[in-house]
Design a protein around this ligand. Structure first.
Ligand SMILES: [Fe+2]
Length: 193
């Protein structure tokens, strides 16, 4: 379950409805998809894509996506630091960034104008079962949590795959990736704060 943190105000948002409402204010879709009762999240990529074919088809139709894959990142992934360095600098994409998390955890930081026009940075910690869609041209960056593990379905409009457009003088350096972990979410501290 996703957790949102707004560093500037020390605000933390948990609970499906509150997270969904907050993110919708920035045009970000968040859904919870079924996990273990659909397929073993460790199953081969082909089995994962087949198991979620109905949901993927809906997203393709809605967002103009043409292809989906499964990204698998582990601590032992070759050149992991180089790969993570590409994700962790503030950037945009010319299509929505859609990810469904199968295993592991990570943090998207989003840098976007709030409804009142003020510049806002907030973090969305995502874990298994979270689907997130960051809109086209939205400034963001991504870090793994300490276990450096993530497995996720990705959708693309462009067959060439993941293409970042880096933001000059990005603000990513001012924010630490904050991971609270699944225990925090499943504990008794739920609810908007
Ligand atoms: Fe991105």
């Amino acid at each position: 379950m996703a957790i949102v943190t707004v560093p500037a105000t020390a605000r933390r948002i948990t609970g499906l409805d509150d997270v969904k409402t907050f993110l919708a204010g920035f045009g970000i879709d968040h859904e919870i998809w079924p996990l273990e009762d659909r397929v073993d999240p460790a199953a081969p990529a082909e089995a994962i894509l087949a198991a979620y074919a109905p949901e993927i088809e809906v997203l393709k139709h809605k967002g103009g996506f043409v292809t989906a894959d499964v990204i698998d990142v582990r601590p032992e992934t070759p050149n992991l630091d180089t790969m993570l360095a590409k994700f962790s600098k503030e950037h945009t994409h010319s299509e929505d960034e859609v990810r469904f998390i199968l295993q592991g955890r990570g943090v998207f930081h989003v840098h976007a104008p709030a409804a009142d026009g003020t510049d806002t940075v907030f973090a969305i910690e995502v874990g298994a079962g979270d689907l997130i869609s960051v809109p086209v041209d939205t400034r963001h960056w991504f870090d793994l949590c300490d276990d450096r593990r993530i497995r996720a379905i990705r959708l693309f409009q462009d067959m060439s795959g993941w293409t970042p457009h880096y933001v000059e003088e990005g603000v990513h350096g001012a924010y630490e990736p904050l991971c609270l972990g699944p225990a925090w979410v499943s504990g008794s501290r739920g609810g908007a704060t």
